[in-house]
Design a protein around this ligand. Structure first.
Ligand code: SAM
Length: 256
């Protein structure tokens, strides 16, 4: 699958379906059934800071940081519909941001050594070139600047429920590996009557790419939230799964 085809397919999906995801994956949330910024405090004090959201979506994360006093807001997203939504959403609250509608993989008109924080909530995994994207993000950050991102945990897509009817008629639920953890190939996934193209990268792929781009990892979280971990009784399949393995992960790294 070529890079251009992947970007075109994903952009088409987001331009047509942006409204379905309005505010869905945004700070303080890092992922579904996952610990939040209220638990992790990865950002700390953002007042007066310059921030850049990679894959800014509907702008809800930018608003969250604007409410906490960020001085300058920038957002990059491949989808013009998402940028339109983000711009309108921020304006509704009296905020303005500088938006760039382009793939994060492109050479963008973004200043070098400028930002205190670059972050991406459920965005980074869309890149078709992880190493070059991390290098670009490093170039946007000041020295000691912070990069925070969250994404699907690779394990979540390798493990699925298998239902067996036992002799006594009671169903026996088992999680089984139905995809190799090592398989990083691109797959077309049908969603909402449309299609997206993604790959499932190993956690080591992210860590090694960060190191090569000049980052040091300060913290990695892969913990389901307290409510999920303490849920008992007749809980959903997603909750049961999240009690046993991380559905998301989140990394805080510092530019050296
Ligand atoms: C799950 S949403 C993230 C939402 C965002 N965190 C928010 O606060 O609303 C993923 C976003 O990534 C964008 N995207 C997908 N591929 C991209 C790419 N290659 N470059 C830039 N943005 C991309 C989509 O348009 C979409 O807005």
């Amino acid at each position: 699958m070529g890079r251009d085809e992947i970007l075109k397919t994903n952009k088409t999906y987001w331009d047509s379906n942006a409204d379905l995801w309005f505010g869905a994956t945004a700070l303080p949330t890092y992922g579904v059934k996952f610990v939040t910024e209220d638990d992790l405090h990865l950002f700390g004090d953002v007042s007066g800071k310059k921030i850049l959201d990679i894959c800014c979506g509907s702008g809800h994360s930018l608003k969250y940081l604007a409410d906490r006093g960020s001085a300058e807001l920038w957002g990059v997203d491949i989808s013009h519909k998402q940028i339109e939504n983000a711009d309108a959403y921020l304006k509704e609250y009296g905020y303005t941001a500088r938006f760039i509608c382009a793939p994060m993989e492109a050479e963008l008109d973004i200043p070098a050594n400028y930002f205190d924080f670059v972050y991406s909530i459920y965005g980074i995994g869309w890149t078709t070139d992880l190493q070059s994207t991390f290098r670009k993000i490093a170039s946007y950050l000041k020295r000691d600047g912070i990069f925070i991102f969250s994404w699907h945990h690779t394990l979540n897509y390798c493990v699925a429920w298998s239902r067996n009817e036992c002799k006594d008629g009671i169903e026996d639920d088992t999680l089984i590996f139905n995809k190799s953890y090592f398989d990083e190939s691109y797959t077309s996934i049908p969603v909402d009557g449309s299609e997206i193209i993604l790959c499932n990268r190993k956690i080591s792929t992210y860590i090694n790419a960060l190191a090569k781009a000049g980052f040091v990892v300060e913290q990695m979280a892969e913990q389901s939230d307290k409510e999920t971990m303490e849920a008992v009784g007749d809980v959903s399949d997603k909750t049961k799964k999240a009690k046993m393995l991380p559905l998301s992960f989140c990394i805080k790294a510092r530019k050296l």
